[in-house]
Ligand binder design. Structure first.
Ligand SMILES: [Zn+2]
Length: 332
């Protein structure tokens, strides 16, 4: 089953599908949950291809007529319903793309599979319109609802579905995967720490020159936060202005840095660090800051998030944060 095997970790989910496929007990409605980049679509496609593969032995074979059409994106019995408006999956989208369409028998496969991406955008009316299809589906009908937040579905939908959740992978697995993809080894440590086990996010960031520049600059500021003059600090913050839209990423980067310092202070264990390759700086700061000082900084990062939500000016918010960081280190 190369399809499911190609998914990293997530053993529970793979095991579920393996058993369901072996026993032929396929549910008519799946909710596949998980944030963007965790592989919801990869899982849905692997399961769909396994279901429609026509080869007698191990499935999916990757080369039978059904697999060939599927891989070309043109298998008539695997459908990807779309929504007309960008922000909502409306009742008309559901009626045309799923409910009525499912009444038409499959073309060549024993199943007709609907992979519904962004299903968290299904409106309440649209979910209600789906309900009858989920309650009394034709024997061949399978729905796979891919959603960032499965908890948001109506209970009537949830209770009739098998809910599977994609999880982030461990750092060593992600690291190995990125190496296999031929990504520049120098970039890998920061990609791994920043994407927190999210393969899709890591791959996206790996393509982005901006990202490596941005993290390089923040790292420089963090490492010199206590030693640089206030003037050059302001200049450094000014240079981050071009990453205004990524401000929440910047803040989560800063948060990870101080969490590492706190963690090292408490455990002295370098193996627990996200920033393991910056070990000597982490150790230096962990000696310099008090526990209270670090917790104060972590709280200030939350405050900064709230200020930005309340539309406080971007540069001002970062300046205030950095003042708090310097105060915590005893630099004024
Ligand atoms: Zn096949």
């Amino acid at each position: 089953m190369a399809g499911l095997e190609s998914i990293l970790e997530n053993e529970e989910v793979k095991e579920y599908f393996r058993r369901a496929l072996e026993s032929g007990r396929i549910s008519h409605c799946y909710i596949i949950g998980g944030e963007d980049g965790l592989g919801k679509m990869t899982l849905a496609k692997a399961a769909a291809q396994t279901l429609i593969c026509e080869a007698p032995g191990e499935k999916p074979c990757g080369s039978c007529p059904a697999c060939t059409r599927f891989l070309a994106g043109s298998h008539p019995d695997v459908l990807y319903p779309k929504h007309a408006k960008p922000t909502v999956f409306g009742v008309d989208d559901v009626r045309d793309g799923i409910v009525r369409d499912m009444l038409i028998k499959p073309y060549s496969s024993p199943y007709k599979i609907y992979i519904v991406d962004e299903a968290e955008k299904l409106s309440v009316q649209a979910q209600n319109a789906l309900l009858k299809t989920i309650e009394e589906p034709p024997a061949y009908g399978i729905l796979m609802l891919l959603a960032t937040n499965p908890a948001a579905f109506l209970e009537t939908i949830r209770s009739r579905s098998v809910i599977l959740t994609m999880k982030p992978v461990s750092n060593p697995v992600l690291e190995r995967y990125l190496k296999e993809q031929g990504i520049d080894e120098q970039k890998i440590p920061s990609l791994v720490r920043f994407s927190q086990g999210n393969i899709g996010k890591a791959l996206k960031l790996a393509q982005s020159e901006r990202f490596s520049e941005m993290t390089g600059r923040i790292m420089e500021l963090l490492k010199r936060s206590d030693s640089m003059s206030f003037g050059s600090l302001l200049e450094g913050i000014g240079e981050l202005e071009e990453y205004k839209l990524e401000i929440m990423d910047i803040l989560s980067f800063i948060r990870m840095w101080y969490r590492d310092i706190l963690l090292f202070k408490a455990t002295s264990d370098p193996n627990l660090l996200i920033f393991g390759d910056e070990f000597s700086s982490i150790r230096k700061f962990s000696q310099k800051y008090s526990y209270n000082g670090i917790e104060h900084i972590l709280k200030e990062i939350d405050v900064t998030e709230r200020r930005l939500d309340a539309n406080v000016n971007y540069s001002l918010s970062l300046e205030l944060l950095w003042i708090a960081i310097r105060e915590a280190a005893g630099v004024h």
